[in-house]
Design a protein around this ligand. Structure first.
Ligand code: ZN
Length: 462
């Protein structure tokens, strides 16, 4: 078997791993590289393999850094099926369409500038909405947790609940090779137990080779209850100062989780009952609708709420803004509102407009509740930048900045170790989806015969 790594190798984004056995090629995830603008080149670079030669894609979950290059894979010749859980198929369709729309918009903006500079030829977008729709049409067999899917004769994949976002999975690939039974487990992104909405991660079956994420391999998260209290405090303090509270939000999971906590905080009297909350993200609004169609993924308390006719995401002062003029109207609110908008790492989306209107106000607060990759605007602000550039303008950072990391959809160091320990009996672990310091710290804790930290496009014959 040959295993090669074409993304999230020595970094956190762009997950894309290829397994080759007996003339068949199975790709696990095909995510977008995210971070500073130069990454556009990383995304449009050759994959490191011929897309037309891939037989099948197994998709662990719908985050952009796991599914965001699938339309490019199809555009460049992939004609097989994509296998994922039902919720992942629905969410990934939304995520890919949104990404395609953003690529088209950005491309149009660049094209206008290029034409004004006298360019004769224009670059096409990374992929179009049509490519994304074509890709959505490639979703084939639906994987149910725990039931093996026969990909081809003697080759099967089993999806296990990874407890990371709705529909997320770890995937076990099994096949026979030269009379030997081989097993490779891809962790996908691993969630942590004790989250409010989702069931905790399951323990997948043991495997001889494990390809494992290591995002938070070097640190613990703050306890969940502390993080919720910190969120309420940050909101109360900004309201008392007369400022807005901006929460850069990942549209999947985090937005719904935040709504869940805001509703709880208001019900428990920890937040004022009439606080206006704007969910300024068409994608988060659509994702919330998909969430409500999959109560089977929620933990029993949330299912109970649904059964009692209560919507766990319904905040009294909630305003959903899909249309752009509604979003622009929020810019006129100088204080007293909670504004949730994407993207979570502030690399694009409506949050950048809200940051432009609020970052310079000392009474405002920006609350980061998710991972911010190196090179992103979110990371610059978290790291204490005094000034940042937004829409070509130099903006001073005077708002209060909070980082509430206990909301992470990823397991922390202890959670990753516990997950690895529960599987047991491994021959080799390949660490991916981590920045080098996190990976190295985590590697030092592993008690297995072989640990690898592959470089981009590195191949292993095993
Ligand atoms: Zn993820």
């Amino acid at each position: 078997m040959k295993l090669s790594f074409h993304g999230a190798a020595g970094g956190v984004t762009g997950s894309c791993h290829l397994v080759e056995t007996g003339g068949r090629r199975i790709l696990v995830d095909c995510g977008l590289f995210q971070g500073s603008r130069e990454l556009h080149e990383d995304n449009s670079a050759p994959f490191g393999f011929d897309p037309a030669s891939v037989d099948c894609v197994l998709l662990t979950h719908a985050h952009l850094d796991h599914c965001g290059r699938l339309p490019l894979l199809v555009k460049r010749g992939f004609r097989g099926q994509i296998i994922a859980t039902k919720a992942t198929c629905e969410l990934a369709r939304l995520v890919m369409l949104d990404a395609a729309h953003l690529h088209e918009e950005e491309n149009r903006r660049h094209a206008q500038g290029a034409l004004r500079r006298g360019a004769q030829e224009l670059e096409p977008p990374l992929y179009s909405v049509v490519d994304a729709l074509d890709t959505a049409g490639r979703f084939g067999a639906v994987a149910d947790y725990g039931s093996p899917v026969e990909i081809a004769a003697g080759l099967r994949a089993t999806f296990f609940n990874a407890g990371h976002i709705l529909g997320s999975a770890s995937v076990l690939l099994e096949f026979d090779e030269s009379g030997r039974h081989r097993t490779v487990l891809f962790s996908g992104d691993i969630g942590s137990p004790g989250r409010p909405l989702l069931r905790p991660p399951e323990t997948p079956a043991a495997a001889e080779i494990v390809v494992m994420e290591s995002t938070y391999g070097d640190r613990p998260h703050r306890p969940f209850a502390e993080s919720v209290a910190e969120l309420y405090d940050a909101i109360d303090a900004a309201l008392a100062r007369g400022g807005n509270i901006l929460i850069p939000t990942f549209a999947l999971e985090r937005a719904q989780e935040l709504l869940f906590f805001l509703r709880q905080g208001i019900e428990a009297g920890k937040l004022p009952p009439a606080v206006p909350v704007y969910l300024d993200s068409p994608m988060a609004i659509s994702a919330s609708e998909i969430f409500e169609r999959h109560p089977e993924s929620f933990n029993p308390d949330v299912v109970d709420l649904f059964n009692r006719g209560k919507d766990p995401f319904k905040v009294p002062g909630l305003r959903l803004t899909r249309e752009r003029p509604e979003s622009m109207a929020i810019n006129r609110i100088s204080g007293g509102a909670v504004i949730m908008a994407g993207s979570g790492m502030c690399t694009g989306g409506r949050i950048r407009h809200h940051l432009r209107h609020n970052l310079w106000r000392p009474e405002a607060s920006v609350v980061f509740v998710g991972y911010a990759a190196a090179g992103t605007l979110a990371r610059q602000i978290i790291d204490g930048a005094k000034r940042v550039e937004l829409f070509g303008e130099d903006i001073s950072v005077r708002a209060h900045v909070h980082t509430v990391n206990g909301f992470s959809a990823h397991a922390d160091q202890a959670g990753l170790l516990a997950w690895q320990d529960r599987i047991g009996g491994k021959q080799a672990i390949f660490l991916v989806h981590g920045e080098p310091p996190a990976m190295k710290s985590f590697a030092a804790l592993l008690k297995v015969p072989r640990v690898e930290m592959p470089r981009l496009h590195e191949e292993f014959e095993i």
